[in-house]
Design a protein around this ligand. Structure first.
Ligand SMILES: [Cu+2]
Length: 288
């Protein structure tokens, strides 16, 4: 009997910790990143300023969807994609990842801020607010792609311009890697698919490019701009729990990827799980 008394207090403390864990976690969404070269649609409009968009398409985006999609430039994701990109995103919804919040990004317009590019070597740059282990694949639309029609999966050249294995660290907040742009003319889209391998979550983005043209080069957000807007973002601008948990909790994280767990709380959660297990063992011993 004394052994039960000794375990009762730690178990109670662990249960309290678990309760506070549940109360604290569901608020903040995850943060990931965005393609800055060639700059993606959401990043280009964020760079112009959510409150002061300059290009007509970005003005129209804010009029349609408000400023929040721009403040959340680092979010465009599907939590449970699990590699099934074409199953979870229908044709015409590729740029929004089939998220209503980002529906304006699907607009098939030719006035999205674009980056002038040429065939050959290209240095991709992806600004990540949370680095993840996974694979980032950069696709380019086929020659003959019509930018006035909604982007379809079949528009993408099956040979990617780059495939990059992402790690849980990013130098100065960027993944930078080289790829090869194919020979194209006119306006095209670079489509990114970033699938995590430590979670079913995946991220998507559209960047507008013009081959051989003299189009103005779209601007990516500056670090100052990113910092200035972070307070109005509904997604975390720091690394989030998915990568930082002890292995014992990784399965729970994958099952609920929208709940970032700070490291300390994750520790408390592990303690709670251990405590609950101890309680069960104690009860079994008591019954036997
Ligand atoms: Cu993330």
């Amino acid at each position: 009997m004394p052994s039960i008394r000794r375990t009762a207090a730690p178990v109670a403390a662990a249960t309290l910790a678990a309760a506070s864990l549940i109360a604290l976690t569901p608020t903040a969404a995850q943060a990931h990143g965005a393609v800055f070269n060639p700059v993606s649609r959401v990043a280009a409009c964020y760079a112009e300023g959510p409150e002061t968009p300059k290009s007509q398409v970005c003005k129209d985006l804010v009029a349609d969807s408000g400023t929040q999609p721009l403040y959340d430039w680092n979010e465009v994701n599907i939590a449970n994609a699990n590699g099934q990109h074409q199953a979870v995103i229908p044709d015409g919804k590729l740029c929004s990842a089939n998220r209503d919040k980002y529906r304006a990004l699907d607009w098939a317009r030719t006035d999205w801020p674009a980056t002038a590019v040429n065939a050959g070597a290209f240095g991709f740059r992806i600004r990540v607010t949370a680095a993840h282990s996974g694979t980032m694949t950069m696709y380019v639309t086929k020659q003959g792609f019509d930018p006035t029609k909604p982007l379809k999966w079949s528009d993408l050249d099956s040979t990617p311009a780059a495939v990059y294995n992402t790690t849980r660290t990013a130098t100065d907040g960027f993944y930078a890697f080289n790829g090869t742009l194919p020979a194209r003319t006119g306006r095209h889209i670079v489509y990114m698919v970033w699938q995590r391998n430590d979670s079913p979550e995946a991220f998507y983005s559209c960047s507008d490019v013009t081959f051989g043209g003299a189009a103005k080069t779209a601007q990516a957000p500056t670090e100052a701009k990113i910092a200035a807007g972070a307070a109005l973002s509904t997604v975390s601008h720091a690394g989030h729990g998915g990568d930082e948990q002890p292995p014992a909790l990784s399965a729970e994280t994958a099952a609920q990827p929208a709940s970032p767990l700070p490291l300390a709380l994750a520790g408390a959660g592990a303690l709670a799980v251990f405590g609950a297990g101890s309680l069960l063992l104690t009860r079994r011993r008591g019954q036997n």
